[in-house]
Design a binder for this molecule. Structure first.
Ligand SMILES: [Zn+2]
Length: 209
């Protein structure tokens, strides 16, 4: 591996092959750019393994060692960050109820489809579907067990249906938007509408109209 002075590191050839293979089996249409960054840190200055950007995926160059390349850590990290990019582009991050967070159930269902297709479903972690307004990226108060169990059941059921579709992962993101996220918003609007009608009826009664 030779280094470049701008803070990035070259991607080894065998890793490029691995990315191509993951794109093929997971049916990832777009070529999300992968960059290895030296000393990758989050906004708080804490070293991180990877992060998603609008254009692709940044991974920590420290991870470029033999163990990392030999084991499942790279595919898991790569697919996790790719799922973030797709979630962002498909606007799946902006969901009602508890899901306006990076690791929402909509993010996790896409990730579970990728893991299923790559034979890595056993690597789906609670961290990857446990976000709520009180708990972001595993920090804060985690949701209670009953919510996590409900989410997990939904993610397993829905990702099995979605993974079997003859669609790219980007196409599946569109399906999740149309069939899962949009109906969830419509339900919220209908409930609000119902509430407004009730308030209107109550005001009419109060004013004797
Ligand atoms: Zn994440």
């Amino acid at each position: 591996m030779s280094d470049i002075d701008d803070g990035t590191a070259m991607i080894p050839m065998n890793l490029i092959d691995k990315i191509d293979e993951l794109r093929r089996v997971c049916r990832i249409d777009e070529d999300y750019q992968v960059e290895f960054i030296k000393d990758l840190r989050n906004r708080e200055g804490i070293p991180i393994g990877g992060r998603a950007t609008v254009g692709g995926v940044e991974l920590n160059a420290e991870l470029l060692n033999a163990t990392f390349l030999r084991h499942t850590r790279f595919p898991v990290l790569y697919l996790h960050e790719v799922a973030h990019v797709i979630t962002f582009r498909a606007e799946l991050f902006h969901a009602p109820d508890d899901d306006c967070c990076p690791h929402s159930r909509f993010f996790a269902v896409l990730l579970a489809v990728l893991y299923r297709r790559a034979g890595l479903l056993a690597y789906l972690s609670v961290y990857e579907f446990a976000d709520s307004p009180e708990n972001w990226n595993g920090r804060g108060t985690p949701p209670d067990d009953s919510l996590l169990i409900r989410r997990f059941a939904w993610i397993m059921r829905r990702s099995a249906q979605l993974a079997a579709l003859p669609l790219s992962i980007e196409g599946i993101a569109d399906v999740v938007y149309r069939e899962d996220l949009r109906p969830a918003w419509i339900k919220v609007y209908q409930q609000q509408d119902e509430q407004h009608k009730k308030s209107a009826r109550w005001l009419s009664w109060l004013w004797g109209a």
